[in-house]
Design a protein around this ligand. Sequence first.
Ligand SMILES: C[S@@+](CC[C@H](N)C(=O)[O-])C[C@H]1O[C@@H](n2cnc3c(N)ncnc32)[C@H](O)[C@@H]1O
Length: 306
Amino acid sequence: MIFPDDDLSPHRPVMLDEVMDFIKPGKGDIIVDATIGAGGHSCEILKRIQPDGLLIGIDKDAEILKIAGKFLSKISDNYKLYQADFVNLGCILEKLKISKVNGILLDLGVSSLQLDSLDRGFSFSKEGPLDMRMDRTQGITAEDLLKRLSEREMADVFWKYGEERKSRRVARVIMQERKRGVSIKTTTQLAKIAEKALYVPGKYSKKRKIHPATRVFQALRIVVNDELKSLEQFLNDACGFMTGGSRIVVLSFHSLEDRLVKRAFREGKNRSLLEILTKKPLIPLDSEIIENVRSRSAKLRAAERI
Ligand SMILES: C[S@@+](CC[C@H](N)C(=O)[O-])C[C@H]1O[C@@H](n2cnc3c(N)ncnc32)[C@H](O)[C@@H]1O
């Protein structure tokens, strides 16, 4: 992974002002950034909880944690970083002998640094190995997954986790390639296959606003990293770690994530554990989308522990 220059901001944090307005980190607070990435949001949190607060940063990706540490250490040493899936927050807090925290942030998906790293295989626009694992020490790569799935299983994955309407067609073309003895090893190879499968002359360019490979890549990434299971479990447990009046803020980037967040917050409300602060999800201002196109699909939901 390429380390950004010392003086450059690590990652342009999505909806930074809105996130801070909801989490309201204050002096002495203990805040969990469960998807710390390169520390974009966390740098701001760390500044606000000085001089005696604690930032707990979690990420599955060991490489990106190093980057976060580099930036955070310039602000203060009131932070602890853990390479883990965020579902392990309970164990982390136990180790730290902390029972409740004052705020939790989840900024889901992958960071721009991961997307821009050719060797990680997250981006269909850059040539790289079809890996897609956030934690490169565990699990199977997208390349292996594609080799193992039957045509029907592939179609199910693209449909269920990518909401790709033409999932069967993509699966069929992949299977045809496999039968011809082609091994699909790179991002651009798969992107071309998706293009070939989904291309409809004339109509295609007008109807599809996104690249044909977008949903296929999303689906594979979700399965490779078991993303929805982790999110569902985390949201289920989160209230147990939050002190009264503390807030949880979630930035999601596709409807499958947003649906889980909406449902978990509603359940929290029904059980009188949470007050929902965003009736409808907040979206970025047009000015932010112009500056940072990757923010365009962001949805922010926030809730307060009763
Ligand atoms: C969008 S980035 C976060 C960017 C960060 N907020 C910033 O401003 O720099 C999401 C990060 O969450 C991590 N991640 C995603 N799912 C995770 C999980 N289940 N457990 C731990 N980390 C996860 C990814 O590796 C990635 O670094």
